[in-house]
Design a binder for this molecule. Sequence first.
Ligand code: KE4
Length: 410
Amino acid sequence: MPGGVSSPVRAFGGVGGDPFIVARGEGARIWDVDDNEYLDFVLSWGPLILGHAAPAVLDALDETMRRGTSFGITTELEVELAELITQRLPHVEMIRFVSSGTEATMSALRLARAATGRDAFLKFDGCYHGHADSFLVRAGSGVATLGLPNSPGVPDAVASLTRVAPFNDVEAVRTIAREQPLAAIIVEPLVGNSGFIPPDPAFLPALRDIATETGALLIFDEVMTGFRIALGGARERFGVTADLTTLGKVIGGGLPLAAYGGRRDLMEMIAPQGSVYQAGTLSGNPLAMAAGLATLRALTPSLHARIEARTARLVAGLVASAAHHRVPFTAAHAGSMFGFFFQREPVRDFASAKGSDLAAFKRFFHSALEHGVYIAPSPYEAAFMSAAHGDVEVDLALEKLDAAMRVARA
Ligand code: KE4
């Protein structure tokens, strides 16, 4: 396996050293094959909002798998999950399930191009929307972690259709959108793939206005933020409605599941109802549907509020620890997702994220790991909490991370 991993960011390229091999997980904890225990704030890069091996998810899988694991035929589970998501996210009037976030964003872009008759689109520097050719242009997450300029193998003819602006830079967007007709403006409404970067209050409303004015579709890539930053997603948190939304991670509860959806007039263009083709052998897989239904049904407003409150307490504790150890540090959270940078000033875009103290991050990462806390092995990722991260786990994490903060100080 290239690099010994199934996905590049797992190889510790951003922090050095050899990654551990995981053996099992339960609740907020994972154990490696040498039986070392870690408090887990990566949670499979976001999906496990109920924690590892959540009983509700295991029971749903156990019951479902005994009736067969895959059919390639519509099941009632797909209809139930589609109804649940479109009820929770009313701006998602219709939805198509796929098996990865990459498929979701790739399909949403194809739909936007078909709906507008335009080829060019705009993404933001440091945002990551999966590894489809068009998106591997100044992408975040693993691409940024490995310092890859973009990616070999993406034809110039394809990459030339991808326009890029800095996150939070309205004027840059306005200029590009006026220069050439865009099929879409796609954005992580709150960035998790350059590290954690919230939008300026005026940014998303401006994108909405520019998209509407210029005839581009606004796509919110909520693969990471969906059911994380608020139960109603970015629309609830920021009051802006996208034309199309992509989802993933949490909606699959740890099984391969993602989706794209939005305005009915657009989604009706998708085959077989329309002529925009997109397909998938395991799309709507019953095991993924069962895990997603169990997860979203358990994720009540009161549970989400509890997870958010503990996330806030953890972030406040980290900020206090950094101040105590006089470490330049900034941290923030939104719902059950959080992030931090080793620099004093708040981070507004990828360029400023890259200016943070990466050496301090590496020292912090490895010291945290030695103390039994696993955070993402890259400064260009976000961190996550689950229902299984109780007050005991937050207190334990803060104690361990205080020791790591001392090591982070140069
Ligand atoms: P997948 O194809 O990895 O399921 O989803 C792609 C994707 C799309 N959009 C957003 C906002 C995403 O965050 C992702 C995937 N996230 C990364 C972690 N930042 C996945 C981890 C990995 O690449 O191994």
